[in-house]
Design a binder for this molecule. Structure first.
Ligand code: FES
Ligand code: MG
Length: 592
């Protein structure tokens, strides 16, 4: 547990087993000599100072996190000032928008390699540099498995984007601009310029997409210093909190304050509640569940509805609202949101954090936020704005983001009776099939159509593709219907404002009921009962199941094959299932 002066003195740092083991001078010499070759002294390595890893996620290939290359210098300064020795090392790059076929392949790969580094090298603690979507869960999953003192340093969002006087937010502007291009309102040049206007500076997506959501939830979990998540990447406070983070991890090592002290069941419940209040990305449930499983905390997809659905939306950020990262930070950021939730009795205030104090203690004396951007709990942007977890006769669970259902969607699709939609499905076999056929008039897509996409899950795609927020055909958009209900076994970008039914588990490729749907099947979506049912007789469904053949899956890389052989479904975090058996591995080796 969190330490006292007594615990400070009572244990030997694990790094000393490498660098200062009097019982094995041969190995000590071997371990030590090579770390001297860039200027460290034997005195430093044998002084008993904590060796602190800086897990570097930034590189030219990972531009959202590239700023961490500079921030790491301030982290080093902080570590040294507090009496530690920094050792920076690279993390497998995960670039959300640049990696083919999808960055979702790489979360578990980065996780796996981080576990190996934290376990196998002489590190006493680690600073996790996070930012772009999957870098945050990959780092937290790795720290959870090893259970070594760890602290998150977010890289921060880019500055706000602007185009002709309007705010343009990462990703969200892409979805809007695509519709404008399809409707012929803008040409290619304007389209490219409009989209690029959202990328203003170093940093990650400035909308409440998966990056800002996951960094906010890392803070909600208690794993970063208060206020860390939302500071824009270029602000001076970003460098200052990098320094403070470096200082703090050294103290955490002395206090033996570990992820298992912080990421408790209470912390995960706090994260679920925070996710609703910030209007978090639909990618958060699988990531948070994956972190919990690697921490040994049982968290179910149904917990998101049970604990989070009735929580109101407090943050006015795109895609659920209007503003971007800078305004969110200036309004008070995550601490201001957590304070609202604490005052409303919705938070476990006693949950421990990286500061060594409870969440409630961290929030003491906090000023009132800017109410235009962060609302009071009693006067929210939207009531009951958390995720709905749906199930039915063709799948066990799926996620729907309630906070992005706007009045127009509500009126058009969910009004008679309220919360219920009946229509017919048009089924696509994947993103390529969707792009090939969406404009085909013979599909008969109209405003009673549910667009369905399958073979996009963790096994099918592989990795799981962000494709469920399918755009209607251009003719329908021109006629004023720019959104249709959609569902699928893939994911969608956290920057998308589409109220899709996604992350359907089990996915079609492993024999989930979605595989049995045929275009033209009638379907009923009832948000009141959380049920999605295809309205065809059970005998017909059974006959289709009997005739179902698993798809032929083609692996393009060794990792695709390895991951496909052991990955679970999105409803249980999309984890490498054998890895979830390895809990607290330092302790199980007697190294804690
Ligand atoms: Fe990297 Fe959005 S693409 S943060
Ligand atoms: Mg994404």
């Amino acid at each position: 547990m969190a330490g006292s002066d007594q615990t400070r003195k009572s244990f030997k740092l694990r790094s000393q087993r490498w660098f200062d083991d009097p019982e094995d001078p041969g190995m000590t010499a071997l371990y030590t000599e090579r770390y001297l070759n860039f200027g460290l002294t034997r005195g430093e390595l044998q002084s008993g100072k904590p060796i602190i890893g800086i897990a570097q996620t930034g590189s030219d290939l990972a531009p959202c996190n590239r700023h961490h290359i500079d921030l790491a210098k301030r982290v080093r300064d902080g570590i040294i000032a507090a009496g530690g020795i920094p050792m920076e090392f690279p993390i497998h790059p995960i670039q959300e928008t640049g990696k083919r076929p999808t960055a979702a392949l790489d979360r578990n790969l980065a996780y796996l390699s981080l576990v190996e580094v934290l376990h196998g090298y002489p590190l006493d603690g680690v600073v996790l540099t996070t930012g772009c979507d999957k870098t945050t869960p990959a780092c937290l999953m790795g720290a959870a498995t090893v259970n070594i003192p760890a602290i998150v340093l977010s890289g921060g969002p880019m500055l706000d984007g602007h185009y002709r006087g309007q705010l343009t937010g990462s990703g969200t502007i892409v979805w809007a601009a695509r519709k404008q291009l399809a409707a012929g309102e803008i040409d290619y040049e304007q389209f490219m310029e409009l989209v690029a206007s959202s990328a203003t500076s170093v940093g990650h997506c400035n909308t409440m997409g998966t990056a800002l959501s996951m960094n906010s939830l890392a803070e909600a979990l208690g794993m970063s210093l208060p206020g860390c998540a939302a500071i824009p990447a270029p602000y001076r406070e970003r460098g200052q909190i990098a320094y403070a983070t470096g200082q703090r991890i050294v103290e955490m090592v002395h206090e033996n304050l570990r992820p298992s002290d912080i990421m408790t069941r209470q912390a995960f419940e706090n994260a679920i509640v925070a996710a609703s209040a910030i209007g978090a990305s639909t990618n958060c449930p699988p990531h948070i569940i994956a972190i919990a499983r690697h921490m040994g905390v049982e968290l179910k997809i149904e917990d998101w509805d049970r604990l989070g659905h009735d929580i109101p939306l407090l943050v006015d950020c795109q895609p659920a609202g209007r503003f971007l990262g800078e305004a969110f930070h200036r309004a008070g950021g995550v601490p201001a949101v957590m304070k609202e939730l604490l005052k409303a009795g919705m938070l476990h205030g006693e949950a421990m954090t990286v500061t060594g104090r409870s969440y409630a203690a961290n929030l003491e004396g906090l000023e009132e936020p800017d109410r235009e951007v962060i609302r009071a709990y009693a006067a929210p942007m939207k009531p009951r704005a958390g995720f709905a977890i749906l199930s039915g006769n063709i799948f066990d669970n799926a996620v729907m983001k309630i906070s992005v259902i706007d009045a127009e969607f509500q009126r058009r699709f969910l009004s008679e009776p309220p919360g219920v939609f009946e229509g017919k499905v048009v089924v696509f076999e994947g993103p390529e099939d969707y792009h090939d056929r969406i404009e085909d008039p013979s599909l008969g897509i109209d405003e009673r159509t549910v667009l369905v996409i399958r073979n996009c899950g963790p096994v099918g795609y592989p990795g799981s593709a962000e494709v469920v927020n399918m755009q209607p055909p251009a003719a329908l958009i021109k006629a004023g219907v720019d959104t249709l209900p959609t569902m699928g076994d893939g994911r969608q970008s956290g920057t998308s404002g589409s109220p899709s039914i996604l992350n359907i588990s089990p996915e079609a490729a492993v024999g989930g009921g979605l595989a049995l749907l045929k275009s033209g099947d009638p379907i009923r979506i009832d948000l009141n009962t959380r049920k999605v049912d295809v309205l065809i007789p059970a005998a017909e469904l059974a006959a289709r199941r009997a005739a179902w053949q698993p798809p032929k899956l083609v692996n393009k890389t060794p990792w695709e094959e390895i991951q496909r052989s052991m990955i679970g479904q999105l409803g249980t975090g999309g984890c490498l299932e054998p890895a979830t058996a390895y809990l607290n591995i330092l302790e199980s080796r007697g190294e804690s």
